[in-house]
Ligand binder design. Structure first.
Ligand code: N01
Length: 545
């Protein structure tokens, strides 16, 4: 970085204008009265919902829960149309939030942060962007999202493909015309299972290239009635409070009972009822031991396999779709609309690339070990360099010039998933080591943003210049995150949670599996103890919490 002194000085720089960055800006500017600027790569607010415009994109959380709770007026005035919010509707919602709180005047769009260095001589962060901005800020706060750095598989020959290709995470704003075309989709995670049924209805022919069969639960999507919304709005205080203190960020009655305490008929009746209701209730409200007891999990896995058998007409295709190599929900549980049914269509084929891997992309399609598939369009639903990818794409340096990507070479480390030791006054909203992607995101984001803004308020009030995670506290937290994960079945799948989808990425479980409720309690205790686990510096260090 240069030493020119003609740069802008602000209290805070925030990276990203999705749910996290928008609420962080509101708290810093409108609640604390600080100067703040958000840098956002897109030309509008929305974060992940700005980029993910693939067909069928919608949130797996119910709409009345996938929203901010911090402002009562906002919660009352917005009316969702669907049980699950579609991508364009979420974008409209976030645009409305930006208007309502006049956020755009402090968001600089079409600007990517390229570097953020902690200047020990100034006790400030120096931030640079691809537009040539240089800003000095006391606080450096990231709202970069957990799944924002798209992952393209390294497959020989893509540069020679003569058709169109797109990644679901950077979908063209004008859409893609599939009518009458031969389309190939690689990937059957959340994005793939949402896109495949919609593309199948539009395309001439669709070939799905599946590496790992997945468990997916019907969403039972539909519209919501005004009566339902009125009822919800009448109880929003109670609903939001229950959500805040839940494991998964929903107000559902989360099950405690064991799947093993019921006989086969009764257990099946419970699964059937949840299957009919649809969505994450199947995971959260049936049995409490599905995510950590293999025998309990097997009952859910077998139930889903029985549904695949019932739904898919061709027994061989049904067998190929049946997951057997990992427990249910050890990869992200998927929610779909007509996914398994799609394989009954005449214009859809399933290709098992676990059995016969893709060897190359040719100018006219995809060649696997067993055959060639002529294609006009290839859709890569191949996922993300999750949780750490967006950080590693920036040159972030803390004390002594230490690069964050070096600190994280063997896996991400941060106290509470918020603050990497050695990076003073840096806070990550839904960073690795926090509940983030294992819960409904908006309540998790609100918890983080409120913790950070309360912390900043405390610092201002107490004349504290810098807050820095203590290395020992960080190590203890990272050990706790690992130990919590080791008690679950998450460790038994090659998932992006573990970085297993990125060649060479260390196999470390990145989100915190202890639940939003437990995490919130821990953060509250840290705050009540004067930000225990942080070293707080005034002119001289004043306290080690
Ligand atoms: O990505 P994924 P995603 N050759 O990593 C396959 C959130 N999300 O974009 O399982 C062949 O889950 C890969 O195969 P395998 C949500 O948190 C939310 O779908 O690794 N195949 C897998 O099938 C989610 O978890 C929502 O063997 C390759 C797929 O591509 C996260 O985003 C909607 C391959 C990738 O699945 C990511 O979901 C969408 C290769 N080289 C996303 N590389 C909602 O809330 C990868 N694959 C609705």
């Amino acid at each position: 970085m240069t030493t020119d002194t003609t740069r802008v000085e602000l209290d805070a720089v925030v990276v990203g204008a999705g749910f996290s960055g928008m609420y962080m800006l509101y708290r810093l500017r409108d609640v604390l009265g600080l100067s703040a600027r958000v840098f956002e790569a897109g030309d509008e607010v929305g974060g992940t919902w700005y980029w993910n415009r693939y067909p069928g994109a919608r949130c797996d959380s119910e709409s009345y829960l996938y929203c901010f709770s911090f402002d009562k007026g906002l919660a009352q005035e917005w009316t969702w149309s669907g049980k699950y919010p579609e991508q364009p509707e979420i974008l409209r919602y976030l645009s409305h939030v930006a208007d309502r709180f006049d956020l755009r005047r402090d968001i600089q769009f079409e600007t990517r942060v390229t570097a953020a260095h902690f200047r020990e001589d100034l006790d400030r962060w120096e931030i640079e962007t691809d537009q040539g901005d240089r800003v000095l800020a006391r606080y450096f706060i990231t709202g970069v999202g957990c799944i924002s750095a798209g992952q393209m598989p390294r497959i020989e020959g893509l540069d020679r493909f003569e058709g169109e290709w797109h990644h679901t995470g950077s979908w063209p704003h004008e859409g893609v015309d599939f009518a009458g075309k031969r389309v190939g989709v690689i990937g059957t995670g959340s994005s793939g299972v949402q896109a495949i049924p919609v593309i199948a209805r539009q395309a001439g022919h669709l070939t799905v290239f599946q590496r790992t069969p997945q468990y997916t639960i019907p969403a039972r999507h539909g519209t919501v009635t005004p009566e339902f919304l009125d009822e919800v709005k009448g109880r929003y205080d109670e609903i939001f409070e229950k959500t805040r203190w839940s494991r998964g960020g929903t107000p559902y009655d989360e099950a405690e009972r064991s799947a093993l305490d019921f006989d086969d008929d009764e257990r099946r009746r419970i699964y059937e009822a949840a299957w009919e209701e649809g969505g994450f209730r199947f995971l959260l409200t049936t049995f409490g031991d599905i995510t950590f007891d293999r025998r309990a999990n097997d009952t859910a896995a077998e139930f889903i396999r029985s549904k695949i058998r019932e739904t898919v007409d061709d027994p061989e295709t049904a067998e190929t779709l049946m997951p057997r190599d990992h427990p249910f929900a050890s990869k992200r549980a998927l929610i779909d609309t007509n996914y398994y049914e799609t394989y009954n269509r005449d214009n859809v084929d399933l290709v098992d690339i676990r059995h016969a891997p893709i060897e190359e992309i040719t100018p006219t399609g995809i060649r696997t070990r067993e055959g060639e598939y002529e294609l006009d369009v290839i859709v890569f639903a191949t996922g993300y360099d999750g949780m750490t990818g967006a950080f590693n794409r920036m040159d972030i340096r803390g004390r002594g010039g230490q690069a964050l990507r070096e600190k994280w070479a063997e896996g991400p480390k941060a106290y509470l998933g918020l603050s990497p030791a050695g990076f003073p006054n840096m806070f990550m909203i839904t960073g690795p080591g926090s509940p983030s992607v294992l819960s409904n995101m908006p309540p998790t984001i609100e918890q983080h943003v409120e913790f950070v803004s309360d912390f900043v308020a405390y610092m201002v009030e107490h004349g504290i210049e810098l807050a820095e995670a203590d290395l020992e506290a960080e190590t203890e937290w990272v050990d706790h995150v690992n130990e919590t994960a080791s008690r679950t079945l998450y460790m038994l799948a090659d998932s992006w949670y573990l970085g297993a989808n990125i060649p060479g990425k260390p196999r470390v479980f990145m989100p915190y599996a202890g639940g939003l409720d437990v995490y919130r309690t821990k953060c509250n205790e840290v705050a009540e103890a004067g930000y225990e686990g942080y070293v707080l510096h005034a002119r001289e260090p004043v306290a080690a919490g």
